[in-house]
Design a binder for this molecule. Structure first.
Ligand SMILES: NC(=O)c1ccc[n+]([C@@H]2O[C@H](COP(=O)([O-])OP(=O)(O)OC[C@H]3O[C@@H](n4cnc5c(N)ncnc54)[C@H](O)[C@@H]3O)[C@@H](O)[C@H]2O)c1
Length: 393
């Protein structure tokens, strides 16, 4: 495949940076065939803004693409994946891979926070089995869009682990900010959960990846997650919560803080913190404590640019950093967020792998393990933190 033809599903936040990154790929030729989304006005506006053809639905686009790039909300991922796999098309899928979205016909009255987490885990595992079966049967390319894997800081740690034969003993990681901008976030039946799945999937995916790299470097076998203990909280819905106006609060039925403690097959551990109650810009890192080194992988902020602005209005046309709620005072600004947060490396890897048939760094197995850990974590939380074995697809 000399040139990779890509069709984008979804016309929101993620689709915007996918287009920006696709247009900077150098390892293969990219043709963005077009975009589709659920709402006519959003796809038309996106098409105009990015000078792309617009399709009414994915089925209309599928015949003209090599890869379907799925940037729709989590509830819509499975349908698009199955359609692409059935048509023998490559797949890029945004995080989280999938999840549980309520019983058939669930409406605005559905409350995921009150539903059985065992049922959710079992149904999610069945869904993962369907996805894995269809993708493997089609033998098509699959890239799981976990940008933490591709952050330059995490790729440097990958090199350190690979070349020194390090054993990771413990890791800590976080993704937090002051609340997602997506209107579908905060509603379990559309997002599949709250902080644990929406944000926790990032540091979790990054840490599962590094443990995988350690095992592959040592004896050609990934080291996989074995069990998880977790707690979640709804801090902005506490009766005692005092809203100062800086943190999003309008969640329907999801947690806005979560903690997961993962134990790997070899007994080593990873701790994930994630929440919607963090001011000061998006807060993303993984810290690795190994037997021969220690690395702090900064993902955001990365400390490339520190700028001081005495009057907010001066910077009104200047992007500083994701989720900064002010531009006044000192800001740790992003030089090139698409690069430092891993989006550019991710899209580069996906396109070149789709063109050559190589295996991407962030693949289906990582997506499956990440999702299984998170739903086992929800079950643990239902039992106030009791340890749960991570099911396998
Ligand atoms: N890797 C990251 O850091 C990151 C950041 C943001 C979002 N995401 C992920 O990207 C995905 C989209 O999130 P977003 O923030 O762009 O959301 P968004 O709400 O900004 O955009 C979603 C788009 O999908 C469209 N859509 C909704 N249902 C659809 C359907 N059934 N079929 C086709 N299109 C549909 C909507 O019309 C909208 O254009 C989610 O899975 C999210 O978790 C990842």
């Amino acid at each position: 495949m000399n040139s990779v033809r890509i069709g984008i599903v979804g016309a929101g936040f993620a689709a915007r940076y996918h287009v920006a990154c696709l247009r900077r790929v150098y390892g293969a030729q990219v043709e963005i065939v077009g975009v589709t989304s659920a709402r006519a006005e959003s796809r038309e506006a996106f098409g105009r803004a990015h000078e792309l053809p617009v399709f009414e639905h994915a089925a209309a686009m599928l015949g003209q693409v090599d890869v379907l790039d799925i940037c729709s909300p989590p509830y819509a991922h499975e349908e698009a994946i199955l359609a692409a796999a059935a048509a023998g098309k490559g797949i890029i899928c945004e995080k989280p891979l999938t999840g549980y979205f309520g019983p058939a016909g669930a409406d605005g009255n559905y409350r995921g926070d009150r539903d059985s987490k065992r049922k959710m885990m079992e149904e999610t595992m069945a869904r993962l089995g369907r996805i894995a079966g269809a993708v493997r049967k089609s033998g098509t390319f699959f890239g799981y869009a976990e940008n933490f894997v591709y952050a330059p800081s995490v790729q440097k740690e990958r090199e350190i682990i690979g070349k020194t034969g390090a054993q990771i003993l413990r890791m800590a990681g976080e993704e937090s900010h002051n609340g997602s901008a997506s209107p579908t976030y905060g509603i379990w039946r559309l997002a599949g959960g709250g902080s644990l799945i929406g944000k926790g999937c990032h540091p979790l995916g990054g840490m599962l990846y590094l443990k995988r790299i350690e095992g592959l470097a040592r004896n050609g076998r990934p080291i996989r997650p074995a069990s998880v203990s977790a707690r979640t909280h709804q801090l902005t819905r506490l009766p005692a919560y005092r809203d100062a106006g800086f943190i999003r609060t309008d969640y329907h039925d999801i947690e806005d803080y979560g903690f997961m403690h993962v134990v790997f097959e070899d007994g080593t551990v990873a701790d994930v913190m994630t929440g919607e109650v963090t001011l000061g810009g998006i807060h993303d890192y993984i810290e690795v404590f190994a037997n021969n080194h220690r690395t702090r992988c900064n993902i955001s902020p990365v400390g490339v640019v520190d700028t001081y602005n005495p009057r907010g209005g001066q910077f009104k046309d200047i992007y500083l950093v994701e989720k900064a709620s002010t531009q006044e005072g000192w800001s740790r600004a992003a030089g090139d967020e698409n690069f430092t947060m891993g989006y550019q490396g991710e899209i580069e890897d996906f396109v070149t792998c789709a063109a050559t048939g190589a295996q991407p760094q962030s693949d289906l197995d990582l997506a499956l393990d990440t999702t299984a850990v998170i739903y086992a974590a929800y079950l643990s939380d239902e039992n106030r933190g009791a340890e749960v074995d991570v099911p396998r697809v």
